[in-house]
Ligand binder design. Structure first.
Ligand code: AG3
Length: 273
């Protein structure tokens, strides 16, 4: 008998893919965590029945959430990642030679442990000595450290339950304060096509940061169509790419041309912001 995973995006739009095997499933204090094997997507991490990452396509999302902000910063030394317990974002951040420490602020320790056990090719960087793992609520943590970070990356789940606050202007203001004078933030901001929070999140970042913009990629793991990230920067503009650094960074998706292209928005998305 075939088993199918189905994610409901709206009342009337669902996406399904076949599962060969359920490798792991548990209920943590925060959410349902599962790892499944798909013939087309590889291993997938599911949180509350929503797909977070897949071994086949994770490189697209993780390269785009990490290298776009980091390549704009001339010397990113201190980085914070909020969420991202699977470790994929941290793995990409550590490819930048200037990085001295990455703080991974994850509310659910079980996501880290399950990823270490079942998704080693994504999570291996979490064992690096440059990584400092904090099992706390990112909303509180970010308030406690003023003017300290070069880059803050919000690699969170969709805006439901505990993640909802991570899409508000109050949170973006706290992130602004935690950054140094030339700091940069980025957050995943969902599918502009189906997420009702896209416009609000972009506007929140726009109101807080002098330079801000969404940028887009296509990641087959998520919903058909675009996936968005929104960047806020205190100083550097989005074409200020430190391209020489690419000589030492290996990627499969990100290039400086992809970086520039990602900021070109279709007219209907521009009209949403
Ligand atoms: N974080 C963003 C996943 C959003 C998934 N949303 C969805 N499937 N509707 C991914 C974590 C990767 N480190």
């Amino acid at each position: 008998m075939d088993i199918w995973f189905t994610e409901n995006h709206t009342e009337g739009y669902k996406v399904s893919w076949r599962i060969d095997k359920i490798l792991h499933s548990e209920r943590s204090p925060y959410q349902e965590i599962a790892v499944v094997e798909s013939p087309d997507l590889g291993r997938a991490l599911l949180l509350d029945n929503t797909v977070q990452t897949t071994t086949r396509f994770e490189f697209i999302y993780h390269e785009m959430i990490a290298h776009v902000p980091l390549m704009l910063h001339p010397r990113p030394q201190r980085v914070m990642v909020i969420g991202g317990g699977d470790g994929g974002t941290v793995r990409e951040v550590l490819k930048h030679p200037a990085v001295e420490t990455v703080e991974l602020v994850e509310i659910d320790e079980r996501v880290i442990e399950v990823s270490k056990e079942w998704l080693p090719q994504i999570s291996f960087a979490l064992d690096s000595e440059k990584v400092n793992i904090k099992i706390v609520d990112g909303l509180q943590y970010v308030k406690q450290h003023a003017s300290r970070y070069d880059v803050i990356i919000v690699d969170c789940t969709d805006p439901v339950g505990p993640s909802l606050e991570l899409f508000t202007k109050n949170f973006y203001r706290d992130v602004f304060n935690a950054l140094k004078a030339d700091g940069i933030m980025v957050s995943q901001t969902g599918s502009p096509t189906f997420s009702s929070h896209f416009t609000e999140a972009v506007k929140g970042i726009q109101e807080v940061f002098p330079h801000s913009s969404p940028y887009l990629t296509c990641e087959p793991t998520y919903i058909a169509g675009f996936w968005s990230f929104t960047i806020g920067s205190k100083k550097y503009k989005f074409d200020n790419i430190n391209s020489d650094r690419m000589a030492t960074i290996e990627t499969r998706y990100y290039t400086p041309d992809i970086h520039r292209a990602a900021f070109v928005l279709p007219k209907y998305i521009e009209q949403m912001i």
